[in-house]
Design a protein. Structure first.
Length: 258
């Protein structure tokens, strides 16, 4: 096993990751998907064989839950918690839950796009949260590069302003991204690009790597933050805070470059 996330996404989508046990487990709390704001899909890729738990949003009077995959109701999935005991490639798809109240029409949740990867790859994660100026209002994600690995090329993105292209009305204007190692020290590393005509540059390498990872394009001239670094075996934490003491939505993404 080279590298794995074990993620828990709860509340304002605070993420934590630990090395996977014999049966790793991912828990994701899905956001409300209705109202005046557009909620972009959450995206997660988990290794085959992992247990996946999806939690419906709490909206008060909900008395029934109708879980769907690719727009079709899932037989027997009518509780707030939906579990896939052992994820397989056939489980890949778009999941959401309809929230049925005693009166009124069912209301849809945010959708989750699930990908299933091989067991020896680091999963890629894309999750949205609300970040503000308070000390406890950061968005964090942890990941582990296992000791058996030679290291990983990983891209971490904190996306705020570019969320406007998805209709998000209140994106975080100035996200600040920090990465720490397992001892809590700031982590910085990099690649060496020789200054030769026509040689590979960081910008070209990053653009090619983002394309291979399947990441969407960001708006030009924004304060979104992107970093690509080599990560040696160990545990790490990525943290997004507000750089201008405002509150807004931010998307935290972590990709292993294939």
């Amino acid at each position: 096993m080279n590298a794995l996330f074990r993620c828990t996404c709860l509340g304002a989508l605070t993420l934590a990751a630990t090395p996977a046990p014999i049966v790793a487990e991912t828990t994701i709390s899905i956001d409300i998907g209705f109202g005046i704001r557009y909620v972009p899909p959450a995206r997660v890729t988990v290794p085959a064989g992992e247990r996946l738990r999806l939690l419906a949003p709490a909206v008060g009077e909900t008395s029934n839950y109708i879980w769907t995959k690719n727009g079709r109701a899932i037989a027997g999935a009518s509780e707030a918690l939906f579990v896939l005991e052992s994820v397989s490639p056939d489980d890949a798809g778009e999941y959401s839950v309809l929230l049925a109240a005693p009166t009124g029409f069912p209301r849809p949740s945010q959708s989750l796009v699930l990908g299933v990867g091989p067991t020896d790859r680091l999963l890629n994660l894309s999750a949205r949260g609300i970040v503000g100026p308070a000390a406890d209002a950061a968005l964090t994600a942890g990941f582990v590069v296992a000791a058996s690995s030679a290291g990983k090329k990983i891209i971490v993105r904190a996306i705020g302003p570019s969320l406007t292209q998805f209709g998000v009305a209140n994106p975080l204007r100035q996200p600040v991204l920090r990465i720490f190692d397992g001892a809590g020290r700031p982590y910085t590393n990099g690649y060496v690009y020789l200054p030769v005509v026509g040689g590979l540059t960081y910008e070209r390498d990053l653009a090619d790597s983002l394309a291979r990872a399947g990441a969407f394009s960001l708006s030009t001239g924004t304060r979104d933050v992107v970093t690509m670094q080599p990560f040696v075996p160990g545990s790490y934490t990525a943290q997004v805070t507000s750089g201008d003491a405002t509150t807004g939505s931010v998307l935290l993404e972590i990709y292993e470059v294939p």
